[in-house]
Design a protein around this ligand. Sequence first.
Ligand code: ZN
Length: 189
Amino acid sequence: MMPLSYRSPKTEVRESKIHGHGLFATADIAKDEVVAVKGGHIVDRKTLREQITPRLGPVEIQIDDDLFIALVTDDERELSMLYSNHSCNANLGVRGEITFVAMRNVRAGEELTHDWAMTDDDDYSVECQCGAPNCRKILTGKDWQRPELQKRYAGYFSAYLARKIAMRCHSERSEESHNRRSDHTEKLV
Ligand SMILES: [Zn+2]
């Protein structure tokens, strides 16, 4: 059967220390090279929560506020899974919403990981055992709002999150200038 997703020929799936199976580089990968593209069916949150996650576990990538790309039957697991584990010290970022690229040069043998903060806007809170020295220990669906992650992953957030981040910065800035204006008015009074 034709795969639903794309994984670079420079990758392989094997056992991971982080969790179950992971995606590994079999050759050096240059910064910004495409590593994987997620394919599957487009479903909303209700369908995901009620029909997919209970049967298949976490098999989706969030691509907008209420849209996810996921496999929907067990037969599609091998065809759709990218096997990229979460790491708090990720080396993959997102281009657009379904394309995963190297955020830095990656050496052959390294596990390829992305950070859920780059794709997720949700209300979960789960323990992280990724083992990275900078592990956040608790991952939440709102980690994209953390300033240090916005800085670290600038240019590598899913496009729909990048837009939210830009809008928040914009509204914070206009609030600041509004406050400055009111200070000024008070001084005049
Ligand atoms: Zn972690």
